[in-house]
Design a protein around this ligand. Structure first.
Ligand code: FAD
Length: 476
C-alpha cells in the first residue's frame, strides 16, 4: 500500500475542477457533507472536493490526472453501501467521484431484452424503463429509490430476487469502464454468448470500485410476469422454515421468486416504528416467511399456485398460519414491512450487523449457535436475524439491550463480529454475503481467503491501478 499522500494543492484542485466545470466541483462543507457520511452514520470521512462528471470522457480525464498526480479517488453512486466502501477516509486527501450525473438510459431493446444505462441511473428508474417496455429488471433492494446501477454492479448487489434471477453480476451483458489510469474499456456488448478471451467485465463486478469505474452497462431484461401472489406464513423454527422452502421449490420451481424470513421481534419493531404497519398474521408466530410466486399466465394460476405452496407447508405441519395478500396494496404492505427491517432497528438503539451466508442445510444450526453466543457475550441483547432464506443469506443483526448505553454496546462491534464470523466460517459460510468488504471487513478478508487468493487479488490491484489511487484502503 503506497504511503498516504498530502492533501491536493489548490492548483491541483483547480485542474480537477476544470475537467467538470466549476459548478460540478463541490467544496462547500454543507454541500459536500452528504457525500462524506454513510447511511448508517458508521463512517464519516473528509474530502477537499466532490467531483460530479457529466460524461465518460470527463471520468477518464479525472482518473488520468489522479494517476499522474497520485491523488486518491473514491467512486460513489447513491451512497447506500453498508460497508463504508463509498466514503472517503478521515485524512482529507481523497476526492469523491460521484457518478450521479451519468444518468441517461441510452437504449432499451425489448426484442433483445436488453437495456443500456449509465452508471448513475437510480435502480427505481431502471425498473420503470423496463416496465414501460413490458420487461422486467429483477434486482430488488430496500435501497432501490436511492442506489444506482453502477453501485449495484460494483457491489454485486443481491436483494430479494436472487433465488430466481441471481445476483447483479448475473444481470449484465456488457460494461463500459474507465481504468484507474484513464483508459476506457469499451465493452458495451449485448451478446448472450461471447467466449472470445477472458470475460474482463468480471474484474469490475463486485470489486467495489477498486479496479475501475463503471460508467455504463448493458443489462439483461426478463419477461414480465403476468401475475404475482404474495403471502406471509408463520413457522415455529428456522428448521421448519427451511423444510417449507424445500416443499415450495418442489411445488413452484422457477416460479418461486422470493422466500424471506423475519423473526417475530422484528415484526414487533415494525409495528412500533413503521407508521400504518399491521401484523399480517392473526396468530403471532416465532418466525414469519414472506413468500412470492410469479407466473406467466394469469392471476387465477398465481393464486392457485400460492395456495398449493401454503397447503403443502400446512399439511406437513411446518406452517402454522398464513395470509395471502388480498390486494396489490396489501402485497405492497407485506413487502414494505420486509424492506423496512433495517430502518426500524435504528429506533431501538444500537445495532451490530453481520451480512453472512451459509449452506442452506447449516442455517438452523448457525442461527441457534450464533444466538446463544451473542446472548452469552452481551446479556439482554436482542438478536434479530432476518433476510433472504431462499439463497442462504442472513442479516444476523443484534439490537442493544433495552435501556443500555448505545456507545458502550457498539464498542463491542468487533468482539461480536469475531464470535459470529467464527461460527459462520466453521459451518462453511461467507462473512460477506451481499454487502461486500469495503472498509468495514478489509482486515477480515485475509482470515477467510487463502494466501494464494490474497496474492492474486493484490496482483490484480497492482496491475490495474499501479499508482494505487482508486478507492485505496478498501477490500484489499
Ligand atoms: P454506493 O454505496 O455509492 O457504492 C457502493 C460501492 O460501489 C462502493 O465501494 C463504491 O466505491 C462503489 N461504486 C459505486 N458506484 C461505482 C461505479 N460507477 N463504478 C465503480 N465503483 C462504484 N445490498 C444488497 O446487496 N442487498 C440488499 O437487499 C440491500 N438492501 C439494502 C437496504 C437498505 C435500506 C440500504 C441502505 C442498503 C441496502 N443494500 C443492499 C446495500 C446497498 O444499497 C447496495 O450495496 C447498493 O448496490 C449500493 O449502490 P449505491 O449506488 O448506493 O453504491
Amino acid at each position: 500500500m503506497p504511503s498516504r499522500p498530502a492533501p491536493p494543492s489548490s492548483d491541483l484542485l483547480a485542474r480537477f475542477a476544470a475537467i467538470v466545470g466549476g459548478r460540478h466541483a463541490l467544496t462547500a462543507p454543507d454541500v459536500t457533507r452528504p457525500y462524506l457520511i454513510e447511511w448508517r452514520d458508521r463512517y464519516e470521512g473528509a474530502s477537499p472536493m466532490v467531483l460530479r462528471p457529466g460524461s465518460t470522457a470527463e471520468v477518464a480525464a479525472i482518473l488520468k490526472l489522479a494517476s499522474e498526480t497520485g491523488t486518491p479517488i473514491v467512486p460513489q453512486g447513491g451512497n447506500t453501501g453498508l460497508v463504508g466502501g463509498q466514503v472517503p477516509d478521515e485524512s482529507g486527501t481523497e476526492i469523491v467521484l460521484s457518478l450521479g450525473r451519468l444518468d441517461r438510459i441510452r437504449a432499451v431493446d425489448p426484442a433483445a431484452s436488453t437495456m443500456t444505462a449509465e452508471a448513475g441511473v437510480i435502480l427505481d428508474r431502471i425498473h420503470d424503463a423496463a416496465d414501460a417496455a413490458d420487461r422486467l429488471f429483477p434486482l430488488t433492494l430496500g435501497s432501490q429509490g436511492s442506489c444506482t446501477i453502477g453501485g449495484n454492479l460494483s457491489s454485486n448487489a443481491g436483494g430479494t430476487a436472487v433465488l430466481a434471477y441471481g445476483n447483479a453480476r448475473d444481470m449484465v451483458l456488457g460494461l463500459e469502464v474507465v481504468l484507474p489510469t484513464g483508459e476506457i474499456v469499451e465493452g458495451l456488448r449485448a451478446l448472450r454468448k461471447d467466449n472470445a478471451g477472458y470475460d474482463l467485465k468480471q474484474l469490475f463486478l463486485g470489486t467495489e470500485g477498486t479496479l475501475g469505474v463503471i460508467t455504463a452497462a448493458v443489462l439483461k431484461l426478463w419477461a414480465k410476469p403476468k401475475a404475482q401472489e404474495v403471502a406471509v406464513a408463520g413457522v415455529a423454527t428456522p428448521a421448519d422454515a427451511l423444510a417449507a422452502l424445500g416443499l415450495a421449490k418442489t411445488r413452484a420451481g422457477a416460479q418461486l421468486t422470493a422466500f424471506e424470513i423475519m423473526p417475530r421481534q422484528l415484526v414487533e419493531f415494525c409495528l412500533r416504528h413503521q407508521p400504518g404497519s399491521r401484523d399480517p398474521l392473526s396468530t403471532p408466530a416465532p418466525w414469519y416467511l414472506l413468500v412470492e410466486v410469479s407466473v406467466g399466465t394469469g392471476p387465477a394460476e398465481a393464486h392457485a399456485l400460492m395456495e398449493a405452496v401454503l397447503e403443502d407447508g400446512l399439511a406437513a405441519g411446518l406452517i402454522e398460519d398464513a395470509t395471502i395478500a388480498q390486494s396489490v396494496a396489501q402485497a405492497k404492505d407485506f413487502w414494505r414491512m420486509r424492506h423496512g427491517m433495517s430502518e426500524v432497528q435504528k429506533h431501538e438503539g444500537g445495532s451490530i450487523k453481520h451480512d453472512v451466508s451459509l449452506p442452506l442445510s447449516a442455517l438452523p444450526e448457525f442461527l441457534t449457535r450464533a444466538t446463544e453466543a451473542v446472548e452469552r457475550l452481551v446479556p439482554g441483547c436482542r438478536p434479530v436475524p432476518f433476510g433472504h432464506l431462499g439463497d442462504g443469506n442472513i442479516h444476523f443483526n443484534v439490537s442493544q439491550p433495552v435501556g443500555a448505553d448505545k456507545a458502550a454496546f457498539l464498542a463491542g462491534w468487533e468482539a461480536m463480529n469475531a464470535v459470529v464470523h467464527g461460527i459462520v466460517t466453521e459451518l462453511g459460510g461467507s462473512i460477506a454475503a451481499e454487502h461486500g468488504v469495503g472498509r468495514m471487513k478489509r482486515e477480515m478478508l485475509a482470515g477467510v481467503r487463502s494466501p494464494v487468493e490474497m496474492m492474486l487479488m493484490r496482483r490484480l490491484k497492482a496491475t490495474l491501478d499501479p499508482a494505487g489511487i482508486l478507492n485505496p484502503g478498501k477490500v484489499v
